[in-house]
Design a protein around this ligand. Structure first.
Ligand code: NI
Length: 160
């Protein structure tokens, strides 16, 4: 296990709705660990299970020095308030960047990797990351939301 292959670009799994997780067991925790490993390997701030080809409602987020690292199962966007225009990228679209509009403040509920109900109140970058990852679970990707005139394509050589 460990590092998983990231689904990219026009892979149709990225457009599908993921299913609720009914049973949170060691298999789910192992999947979360692999998602974390994969996110860290590619320096992502977040990853959703469909990005590694698994249509389950599981996300992981790590804001490194700017915030927490956690997994959330069956996340639900309960409240969204305000708006922020922010630069965004995605591990599934490694050469594409752009500005998108996201809520400035959100309340998200879900379960942690032991099935405990969790409520997250977030602003700024964490609110953005939560919305981006929850979108993935509904088959929505950020490239659909890029504001006109802000699309940037970076070729792999320019990137690093
Ligand atoms: Ni993404």
């Amino acid at each position: 296990m460990g590092i998983r292959n990231i689904r990219k670009d026009d892979d149709e799994i990225l457009r599908k709705r993921s299913k609720e997780v009914d049973i949170i067991d060691d298999k789910v925790r192992e999947l979360i660990k692999d998602m974390m490993d994969t996110m860290h390997k590619f320096d992502g701030l977040g990853l959703a299970a469909p990005q590694i080809g698994i249509l389950k409602r599981i996300i992981v987020i790590d804001l490194y020095d700017d915030g927490p690292c956690f997994a959330l199962i069956n996340p639900v966007l309960e409240k969204a308030k305000g708006k922020q225009i922010v630069g965004e990228g995605c591990l599934s679209f490694p050469t594409t960047f752009g500005q998108v509009e996201r809520p400035e403040e959100v309340v998200v509920t879900g379960l942690d990797e032991y099935g405990k109900k969790t409520t997250i109140k977030a602003t700024g970058l964490l609110a953005q990351a939560l919305c981006h990852e929850i979108d993935h679970l509904n088959g929505i990707v950020f490239i659909d939301k890029i504001l006109p005139g802000t699309l940037e394509i970076v070729t792999p050589e320019e990137k690093k």
